[in-house]
Ligand binder design. Sequence first.
Ligand code: ZN
Length: 200
Amino acid sequence: MPRRKRKPKDPQPAADAVVEEEPCLRQTAPLQLRYYGDPVLRKKAEPVEEITAAELQLAEEMLITMYATGNGIGLAATQVGVLKRFLIVDVGEDDDEAYEPVMLFNPEILSAEGEAVAEEGCLSIPDVTADVKRPEKVVVEGINVARERVRIEADGLLARALQHEIDHLNGVLFIDRLSGLKRQLLSSQLRQIQLAERPR
Ligand code: ZN
């Protein structure tokens, strides 16, 4: 899910920074995002049985991929073509150094309450935004990158982002939650995204 008008967090070293050569470390680069029309976005992701080095590598690569977009606040593994139940969300303020992004394996919504409408977008559906109605508060449980079971009581933007990303893990996009009429109004934009030539 993208945030509008956000300064990019840049995990890459500045151009003039001295980068130590570490030949044994794998270079971490952004992954290829998958866009609307890609069948993978409609698939249900599988639970993660064990968090191995490969899952931790995926977590790191997804963070880099999300920050590279400049306005991302959430990303599900499905959006990089990996059908594992894993998501990341960062709704921290730019100047909050202590903020840790949420990174959850096998996230589940335990309870939801209230109702809120707010504008959403999606990194997989560029430049399309719409108001989406969702529960206002959710309690989400999952396993973090330290392999601990954690429970998050979320409201506001965090609650929305978590629900949006969990939807992705079930093959659901935010446009599915719009009325038929609203979706129809977006249909030509969606068609253009579907037809765009993109690297894989
Ligand atoms: Zn999305």
